[in-house]
Design a protein around this ligand. Structure first.
Ligand SMILES: Cc1ncc(COP(=O)(O)O)c(C=O)c1O
Length: 474
């Protein structure tokens, strides 16, 4: 038994050492100025299925599946094997001069799943570079077609599209733009399609009309000849799993078509199984975009890969243009990376070999179990589709209190064995897609207890009081 104690001590020492070394050398993403380069986040040692294990040996349900990416779960030998095999066969070849067979096979397979005539794929290293590629392609497309002024990009409140300069210029969540520069002159922001925050007195259907009118009016005001693209996540993921009103996206798509505005559907989160399909555009949202961006789940997070699927129509337009010599001067060293593409092919085998069916079968249960938390007075709304959901807490009009709630709930849930993704006053849940009903029950039970403990804390600290029946949030 002595070994258990000494193992724990050794792990704690190892964590302390890593923490110190991280503080000396590592910069974590999204740091704040006072701790930039001086911050160590909790150490995770292992992953297995839907679980990760922290440095103290505590096993946690991986509630956010990493960052919406570990779709088929951790420690899949098939993916480890294919990575090894591909590295031993061909670890890299330059996409500037050569083609590798995994990239061809993957492009072909992705094209077969993409809607309409989206038959060509440009591979990138992740979601930001996928969005960046789609936008640069739109600029190139309009330059070559003799429409250099048709470049403005429409984005929406609560959007998140990446961390490269142009993709980040589309972001519009709280704090995204407080301290960062952006290509603001290229972007026009529309309202977030959030039914929970819709104007007072409007039904959700009326809210859809408001959003469509705003879109149409904006195009009329600015002029379609100046607008190149509309970029939209079908469900705004890190904005808080915002599920738009039914029918709004297809209606906006029609306005785009009528005005020759390219519709770029950002499926970085929603593709590769999260909504039960390889792509959700057509199957879930009845959309046939001009381009779809993807990343994350394409390799279930085992290798950095992303891409854009582009409509044949756009490529034909380019070929027919007056500038056959114009070069799309865009490419990354790791475009079409053979290991990434081989991993993605195996990941697709696994998704198509039962995981997509499993998602379609288990998602209603996942949604229902999380919605059962609505009876907790701190919970304002539980929303979601497929295997993505958000618990939005509402502590009354005091916005400053709202900000701490997600972190508080996450803290309690971690003690109880669940990692949550806290976003301000929200908890976003998007577990590995292989999660079973029993594991969903565990997750819901921990969330209930974590939220209850948070309510107790808030009451004890005098920050919040349970509303009486007449005050209860609906
Ligand atoms: C919808 C969406 N687009 C793009 C990105 C950027 O992807 P990446 O972090 O792989 O660059 C993200 C990341 O979360 C995302 O959620």
């Amino acid at each position: 038994m002595a070994t258990i104690g000494s193992t724990a001590v050794a792990m704690a020492a190892a964590e302390e050492d890593l923490t110190e070394r991280a503080r000396r050398h590592l910069i974590q993403p999204w740091p704040v100025a006072e701790t930039v380069g001086d911050e160590a986040r909790p150490l995770i040692g292992e992953g297995d299925g839907i679980y990760i294990t922290d440095a103290a040996g505590k096993r946690l349900i991986d509630g956010p599946a990493g960052m919406w990416c570990t779709n088929i779960g951790h420690r899949r030998r098939e993916l480890a094997d294919v990575m090894h095999e591909q590295a031993m066969a061909l670890s890299y070849s330059s996409p500037w001069y050569t083609t590798s067979s995994p990239s061809v096979a993957l492009a072909e397979r992705i094209a077969a799943h993409a809607p309409g005539d989206l038959n060509h794929v440009f591979f990138t290293t992740g979601g930001s570079s996928a969005v960046e590629t789609a936008l640069r392609f739109m600029q190139f497309y309009n330059n070559v077609r003799g429409r250099p002024d048709k470049k403005l990009i429409l984005s929406r409140g609560s959007a998140y599209h990446g961390s490269t300069y142009l993709s980040a210029s589309l972001n519009a969540r709280p704090r995204d733009n407080d301290w960062m520069d952006s290509a603001g002159d290229l972007v026009v922001k529309l309202s977030a399609p959030n039914p929970f925050r819709r104007p007072d007195g409007k039904t959700v259907a009326e809210f859809a009309d408001v959003l469509v009118d705003e879109f149409r009016d904006t195009v009329a005001r600015i002029g379609a000849e100046r607008i190149g693209a509309f970029v939209a996540e079908p469900i705004q993921a890190s904005g808080g799993v915002i599920v738009p009103p039914e029918g709004y996206l297809p209606r906006v798509r029609e306005i785009c078509r009528a005005n020759d505005i390219l519709y770029i559907c950002d499926e970085v989160v929603t593709a590769f199984g999260r909504l039960g399909h390889v792509f959700a555009s057509r199957e879930v949202f009845e959309l046939d975009p001009d381009m779809i961006t993807f990343a994350k789940g394409v390799t279930s997070g085992y290798f950095p890969l992303g891409g854009v699927v582009i409509s044949d129509r756009l490529l034909k337009d380019l070929r027919r243009s007056n500038h056959p010599e114009a070069m799309f001067a865009h490419g990354l060293t790791n475009t079409s990376h053979p290991i990434g593409c081989a991993v993605a092919l195996k990941n697709l085998d696994i998704l198509e070999g039962g995981v997509l069916d499993h998602v379609r079968e288990v998602a209603p249960y996942f949604q229902a179990r999380l919605r059962s938390l609505m009876d907790l007075p701190l919970v304002g709304e539980v929303r979601g589709v497929g295997m993505m959901a958000c618990i939005e807490c509402v502590a009354g009009p005091a916005g400053e209190l709202d900000e701490t709630i997600g972190k508080r709930i996450d803290g309690h849930c971690q003690e109880l064995g669940l990692l949550v993704r806290p976003i301000v006053n929200m908890c976003v849940m998007s577990p590995p897609l292989t999660i079973t009903r029993t594991q969903i029950d565990d997750m819901a039970a921990i969330l209930r207890e974590g939220i209850s403990r948070t309510m107790d804390d808030l009451e004890r600290e005098g920050l919040w009081r349970r509303p009486t029946n007449s005050q209860a949030f609906s």
